[in-house]
Design a protein around this ligand. Sequence first.
Ligand code: ZN
Ligand code: ZN
Ligand code: ZN
Ligand code: ZN
Ligand code: ZN
Ligand code: ZN
Length: 243
Amino acid sequence: MSLIEVSGIDRDRIVDEHLVPDEYFCPICQYLLWKPRSCSSCQHLFCEKCIQIWIGNVNSANRCPFRCEPFEDRRCPPYVQSMLNRINIHCRNSSFGCDKVLSYNLLEQHENTECEHLTQQCFDCQKLVLVSKLNEHQQIPGLCIPYPIKCTICQNYISKSLFRDHFHQCCQMKTDQLMDQRYQDEILQTRTNDQLQPPINGMELIQNRIDTIQMYEHQRHMSRLPTTLKGVDEVRQKIAIQS
Ligand SMILES: [Zn+2]
Ligand SMILES: [Zn+2]
Ligand SMILES: [Zn+2]
Ligand SMILES: [Zn+2]
Ligand SMILES: [Zn+2]
Ligand SMILES: [Zn+2]
């Protein structure tokens, strides 16, 4: 499995991206989920490629990015797929003149075969290049400048010799970051639940009324006993005489 990936679909290419919930963006690469898979334990969704790279990495120790262990791959729920299919996306070749907007499920076919401005990712520099200009791109000096490898996780370009080490560190940092986020989310969730809960629900209200009535009756009953200091003193005197 290659660590070099064609860039995912970023928010700029999504029509009405603000309507797409965060869950539809991959926690590993941050792009829109592509061929999503889910973790059977935590239900988080990941791009198929991203989670494969993640699990294939020695450091991940077969744990999902949220530390579920062992990671069990599950297919993405149908409602997620149908939600994704409703998203409209600009063709990746817009900078070459394609102004087509396609639904999620039709995008791949358009970009790979139907687009009037077909591009291919150059193996050496990883840039998108018009297929018709690929020979020119690779032959004319200065057009193809080999780039370092792009890290799927942090999106930085890292030189090839440092890439393995970087990627392992990046996985570790990402796990820590995701766990922190999850922890923060849980705290937030707890607080929100507290606020949403009405202070007294129906049953408690009734129980409170019953308690209040019983308290009044108890007080009335108690009031038959000597309550004045004098009365109390009389009782004490009687006890003192008896003993
Ligand atoms: Zn927007
Ligand atoms: Zn991803
Ligand atoms: Zn998980
Ligand atoms: Zn196109
Ligand atoms: Zn190139
Ligand atoms: Zn990285």
